[in-house]
Write a protein that binds this ligand. Structure first.
Ligand SMILES: Nc1ncnc2c1ncn2[C@@H]1O[C@H](COP(=O)(O)OP(=O)(O)OP(=O)(O)O)[C@@H](O)[C@H]1O
Length: 368
């Protein structure tokens, strides 16, 4: 889909200046070494001042709705993405994550409702890259430009000092590839360039659509640290991902969509507590006796592997105390929590627009 204003070349340049987007095309070229992550020490944001509208940096959606023809991609979404934490943005394929991000960035017009950044629609921000940095993995590639020229263009059009270009190139590990044309970049390098563009204006708000996509293991560790650091700096960080276990490593808070509707908006810990009930794994010298004692105490028990018992609705302390009372030797005892992925699957099972006929698992988790 073409965002508004991208119909001609001049329009495309205007659009690009306001909101850089990088296309992810596979390319086997190797990644350059990493440049370190001291970006935020050098590019530290000025502290928010009272009354400074653009410094009040939550993203606020109110009854946000987007329809494409007969499809309601975003359905009366009301929520706030708060500063100072990483908010993971989850949902099966087609749930409306990208559509929501595009609406926040003014790339699409809402059918109803509002999306604001620091209380203002994106379109009214004077120098948007200085307030909002975004990475979306769609749109035109500008493959004939070098990485540095791409960033310079964005910097000039947003009155960002040229020195920031070299800083973000270095901090995203792209300095050695600064003079290479973008079309020669690998997927991971393009992701890094997109992240460099998002960081260019030292923005208070970051919207990153699948930033982990294409990164190698070292790159994944790097982006995880970067996201955590950006949140510690007090920025608002919204990150969509299909990689549940990866999301669990960097997100403090989760927003989950299903068919355009809000399914969950709560801290990661609460999400896991709510959607992955407690259970205990126990292996004992006398499983039959322990099982009988647990049953008598009203617990539901399932068979684990190697003679272990899985006790639902209990914690390890309770099971250990019961085993001690019965005089049963305990060889292994552990609380078990469902992973974020399992909790997410349980929540979204009914909300998947596209799922494989052979499996109840949302296709959105492929590759997770
Ligand atoms: N330009 C468009 N024209 C028509 N339908 C669209 C357009 N953009 C999105 N949609 C539809 O809106 C719904 C939400 O799509 P969206 O891309 O926001 O989902 P998503 O959660 O980002 O999915 P994914 O995880 O696959 O990236 C889908 O049904 C999609 O087909």
């Amino acid at each position: 889909m073409q965002p508004a204003g991208v119909g001609d070349r001049a329009g495309q340049r205007r659009q690009e200046a306001r909101h850089p987007v990088i296309v992810a095309e596979p390319d086997p070229a190797g990644l350059p070494p990493y440049g370190g992550d001291d970006l935020l020490r050098r590019g530290a944001r000025r502290p928010a001042r009272p009354g400074d509208a653009e410094a009040m940096t939550s993203i606020d959606l109110k009854d946000l709705t987007k329809e494409y023809g007969g499809t309601r991609a975003v359905d009366r979404l009301t929520l706030s993405v708060e500063p100072g934490r990483v908010t993971g943005f989850l949902g099966p394929n087609g749930a409306g994550k990208s559509a929501t991000m595009r609406l926040v960035l003014g790339l699409d017009r809402a059918t109803a409702g509002t999306a604001t950044v620091g209380g203002r629609p994106y379109a009214t921000l004077r120098e948007p890259l200085r307030t909002v940095g975004a990475l979306l993995d769609a749109q035109a590639a500008h493959g004939s430009r070098t990485a540095r020229d791409h960033l310079r263009f964005l910097a000039v059009s947003n009155r960002i000092p040229a020195r920031r270009v070299d800083e973000v190139l270095r901090d995203t590990g792209l300095a050695p590839a600064a003079r290479r044309r973008v079309r020669t970049f690998s997927l991971g390098m393009r992701q890094r360039l997109g992240i460099a563009a998002a960081l260019l204006g030292d923005p208070a708000v970051l919207l990153l659509d699948e930033p982990v996509n294409g990164l190698d293991p070292e790159g994944i560790v790097w982006i995880r640290e970067l996201l955590r650091r950006l949140a510690r700096e007090g920025r608002t960080v919204l990150v969509s991902s299909h990689l549940m276990n990866e999301t669990a490593t960097f997100a403090d808070h989760l927003v989950v969509l299903g068919r355009g509707r809000l399914l969950a908006d709560l801290p990661m810990r609460d999400f896991l507590d709510r959607h992955s009930p407690a259970r205990v794994r126990v292996r004992s010298g006398d499983p039959a006796r322990l099982r009988a004692a647990l049953r008598a105490a009203g617990h539901t028990i399932a068979d684990g592997d190697d003679g272990r018992l899985i006790v639902h609705g209990a914690d390890a302390g309770l099971v250990g105390a019961l085993a001690a009372r019965e005089g049963v030797t305990v060889l292994e005892l552990a609380d078990e929590r469902a992973s974020l992925e399992q909790a997410y699957l349980a929540l979204t099972a009914e909300e998947t627009e596209y799922s494989a006929a052979v499996s109840a698992a949302p296709t959105g988790l492929q590759g997770a």
